[in-house]
Design a binder for this molecule. Structure first.
Ligand SMILES: [Zn+2]
Ligand SMILES: [Zn+2]
Length: 397
């Protein structure tokens, strides 16, 4: 079966490169993936795959039944949205849209998802149950998975796979991670309310800027003194606004930030922990405060059974030396975690690094991939789907 998958992917490679370049040149922002989803739906339909459009606003679902009698369904999720970044790669297929760029590799994810769909649609004997392809919008704003799930994307799904590009791994390699892959990510907004006054007479005012500075410093110090150092926690204030003029003491400061954690207990306690620090500092200096703590996405926990299937499929496809077992999670966010509330799943890291060109991180205006990564991803994922059905451990089988 693996040889058949490899041969087909070899044949399809020129078409997949064409798809990748089309998607890369025509990026669309989160929630606005109209042309992308129409294009994806067109490719899926041309393979004889049943297509549902406008799932989760601009998402697309394709469904494939093969020759087998297995009742289980496995899903493959690929995200489609781009970022508000002006591309500076000088690629021949650079973004044709000013200020919008596929700088997170979602064009690669969509291409790989389509590649797997094309291969499996031509190999019905590899599909022993059902396969659902989820092309998701709006991952970058952590909304798309929610929208898709609300529209029934996970109904009847027994397992789910996904992938994300990884520039620090070369394009012929794959990264596999057991357990925690990404962090839980929440949004934080703090308003410090003081009292205005003359810059020359601070004792008659309550200086919101100075108190905000104390709050930020206290939060960072408290991480090091009151949080378990073996349980990572990052709190970054990314925006701060306040004040009217150089000689007026500011009465209000608003700051917003992001909070990343991995351990469920740390995550659960974050709102109370932050409030206790903000309230202590504010009370000490007679300010009042408001905190808005918004839960974002939970952490991605890769299922060990499915991760093992991905690891085996990757090693058989490209050799043990090209599969790296990742020893550390990332503090990045990934709304793939929301699907995992409905079925076990696993996400692999797809190497995209070039050997002879400088590599840039995700979300960088010069981020680019070595297009060999498409083949690197398509083969083991298609093979892993076949292997999933071969394994009869699921009670639904
Ligand atoms: Zn991203
Ligand atoms: Zn991404």
């Amino acid at each position: 079966m693996l040889d058949q998958i490899k041969n087909l992917s070899q044949k399809l490679n020129p078409r997949l490169l064409e798809i990748h370049r089309h998607l890369h040149a025509n990026p669309e922002l989160s929630g606005q993936e109209y042309q992308t989803s129409a294009y994806v739906a067109g490719v899926l339909s041309s393979c004889g795959i049943r297509v549902r459009e406008a799932v989760g606003k601009t998402g697309v679902i394709g469904e494939l039944s093969g020759l087998g009698k297995d009742k289980r369904m496995i899903a493959l999720r690929a995200d489609m949205d781009a970022l508000p970044i002006e591309e500076r790669t000088n690629l021949g297929y650079s973004s044709s849209k000013p200020g919008v760029m596929h700088a997170c590799g979602h064009d690669v994810h969509t291409t790989v998802g389509l590649g797997v769909a094309m291969i499996l649609s031509q190999l019905p004997e590899a599909v022993l149950g059902k396969v659902r392809f989820l092309f998701q919008p709006a991952e970058e704003i952590a909304q798309g998975a929610r929208w898709m799930i609300k529209d029934g994307a996970m109904q009847g799904v027994d397992a789910i796979l996904s992938l994300h590009v990884f520039p620090s791994i070369p394009a012929r390699s794959i990264g596999i991670r057991y357990g925690t892959l990404t962090a839980a990510t929440d949004d934080l907004e703090i308003i410090i309310q003081g009292e205005s006054g003359h810059g020359a007479r601070p004792h008659e005012a309550v200086d919101a800027i100075w108190i905000a500075a104390q709050v930020i410093t206290s939060l960072q110090q408290a991480i090091s003194r009151t949080q378990n150092p073996l349980r990572p926690l990052v709190l970054s204030i990314g925006q701060i606004n306040g004040g009217r003029a150089p000689n007026i003491i500011a009465d209000q400061v608003k700051m917003t930030g992001t909070v990343r954690s991995i351990h469920p207990e740390t995550h659960a306690n974050l709102p109370d922990w932050i409030e206790s620090i903000v309230s202590n500092v504010s009370r000490t200096y007679q300010a009042s405060y408001q905190i808005k703590y918004t839960r974002g996405v939970p952490s991605v926990q890769n299922d060990s059974f499915l991760t093992q299937i991905l690891e085996d499929a990757s090693k058989e496809s490209w050799g043990r030396e090209n599969v790296k077992i990742l020893t550390e999670p990332s503090l990045g966010a990934e709304d793939f975690s929301l699907y995992l509330e409905h079925a076990p799943g696993s996400m692999l890291r797809l190497g995209v690094g070039s050997e002879n060109k400088q590599n840039y991180p995700l979300h960088h205006p010069q981020f680019h991939v070595d297009e060999h990564c498409i083949m690197t991803g398509v083969v083991p994922i298609a093979y892993a789907i076949y292997k999933y059905f071969l394994n009869s451990s699921s009670p639904n089988n």
